[in-house]
Design a protein around this ligand. Structure first.
Ligand SMILES: Nc1ncnc2c1ncn2[C@@H]1O[C@H](COP(=O)(O)OP(=O)(O)OP(=O)(O)O)[C@@H](O)[C@H]1O
Ligand SMILES: [Mg+2]
Length: 242
């Protein structure tokens, strides 16, 4: 089932011939034109491409937020495109942690309570305080979003995603709203989760330097995979020339 890649790593997600066409009134809008792609367990994979090339659409299909028009998406060997809505919801809850550009925290809840929102619906959650400690916010558990910086809020959002103990994290421009230095601190956390918890991470970014920290970079162009680059030993965030 989980075919091993050339590098001996297990294939966690395999897309074959994935197409997505949105219907806008009477008009079909084709966005993905047949994506074949493998994502490996424990790797940090960057997804790059021009605005409108289909990166977020692709991530939403992998995360089970939306379904492809054609093609298969195997997650650990199981085709998620044929799941009933209830099973797909279960898949999202158990297996996927989402992080978006805007943190989507509940303003009236503290950090700890924001994380609890996701642990309450998970089967095997982490202690919310432990999740906040992992993102180096152990001293901010009782703070409200308005009392924290953008980078801290994004780290709460990351803690919320990892506290469910997901198999993979899907991050759509997680540093898009942050300045360089704050963004780097968020990237360092993602890198740490990848190396210490062996978490599979997909990271959409417009930044070539950010992509350097990935094991694999997937370049999307007009709804197709243009090329995939592999880097067995990506540098630390501090070593990258920004
Ligand atoms: N729900 C939708 N209905 C109709 N068209 C859509 C929908 N979602 C996305 N699209 C179209 O699909 C194309 C790709 O959008 P997508 O959000 O995947 O791009 P992206 O690569 O993430 O771009 P960006 O870097 O700007 O975030 C766009 O042309 C967009 O208009
Ligand atoms: Mg996008």
């Amino acid at each position: 089932m989980n075919a091993d890649g050339a590098n001996g790593k297990k294939c966690e997600i395999k897309l074959s011939g994935v197409k997505k066409t949105y219907r806008m009134g009477e008009v079909d809008v084709p966005v993905l034109h047949g994506i074949d792609l493998e994502i490996y367990k424990g790797e940090l994979t960057a997804i790059l491409g021009a605005s409108g090339s289909g990166k977020s659409t692709l991530l939403n299909l992998i995360g089970g937020i939306d379904k492809p028009s054609e093609g298969k998406i195997l997650f650990q060997g199981r085709d998620i495109t044929i799941l009933e809505d209830r099973e797909l919801t279960e898949f999202r809850r158990k297996s996927v942690g989402f992080v978006f550009q805007f943190y989507n925290l509940v303003p009236t809840l503290t950090s700890k309570e924001n994380v609890q929102v996701s642990t309450e619906i998970a089967d095997n959650p982490m202690d919310p305080v432990k999740a906040l400690e992992l993102v180096e916010l152990g001293d901010r558990i009782d703070y409200f979003p308005a009392q924290m910086s953008g980078g801290q809020q994004q780290r709460v959002a990351i803690a919320r995603a990892i506290a469910k103990n997901p198999t993979m994290m899907l991050c759509d421009e997680p540093t898009g709203a942050l300045d360089l230095k704050t963004g780097q601190s968020v990237l360092k956390i993602l890198r740490k989760l990848n190396s210490e918890l062996n978490m599979t991470i997909l990271l959409i970014t417009h930044s070539a330097p950010i992509a350097q920290m990935a094991h694999r970079s997937v370049h999307i162009s007009s709804g197709t995979v243009e090329k995939v680059e592999y880097n067995e030993h990506p540098p630390d965030v501090e070593e990258i020339a920004w």
